[in-house]
Design a binder for this molecule. Structure first.
Ligand code: T46
Length: 139
């Protein structure tokens, strides 16, 4: 089974133009506390390279495209985001890297928590370590 959890959003467009809605409880699986946008990223730039302890997010490319690489410490998978009607859910303890941004890419991210630097795990070794601690605690 794929570790990539995609969410489809209904196309509400009509002859007046495009419309898509992201709504807590209806199609976003957590209370939305924050929305941020990533845009004007160079095609040779990689962003991300971190995981979160608690934060859950849904990322949607509302214009253009980019690649999202997800890594849960056991498997890695990448997905090309290129539609406002398909988002990727990113849960806790998942390492993510975003790259291959098209010139016109606008990546919208819906987040379950306010910005909190202490929730970030910014080194890969620490990420693997935290996963191991979590697994040991579950045993
Ligand atoms: C994530 C991926 C998908 C804030 O002050 N508030 C915010 O809401 C955000 C997102 C960032 N910042 C500050 C923190 C840094 O000083 O903006 C600066 C750049 O953030 P960062 O290097 O973390 O950006 P990305 O693109 O590497 O990662 C972002 C999110 O931070 C992260 O949570 O999952 O997008």
């Amino acid at each position: 089974m794929s570790m990539v959890n995609l969410i489809s959003f209904e196309d509400l467009s009509d002859n007046r133009g495009g419309l898509v809605s992201y709504e807590e409880s209806r199609n976003i699986p957590f209370p939305i506390k924050r929305v941020y946008c990533i845009y004007n990223v160079g095609s040779d730039v990689a962003r991300g390279s971190h995981a979160h302890k608690e934060l859950q997010q849904v990322a949607v490319c509302i214009q253009g495209s980019c690649t999202m690489l997800l890594d849960n410490g056991r498997e890695k998978e990448s997905i090309v985001l290129s539609s406002p009607y398909v988002g990727v859910y990113i849960g806790r303890n998942v390492w993510r890297v975003m790259k291959n941004f098209s010139k016109d890419c606008v990546l919208v991210v819906l987040a379950s928590k306010l910005y909190d630097e202490s929730d970030y795990i910014r080194t890969y070794d620490k990420f693997l370590n935290e996963l191991k601690v979590g697994q040991d605690e579950e045993r």
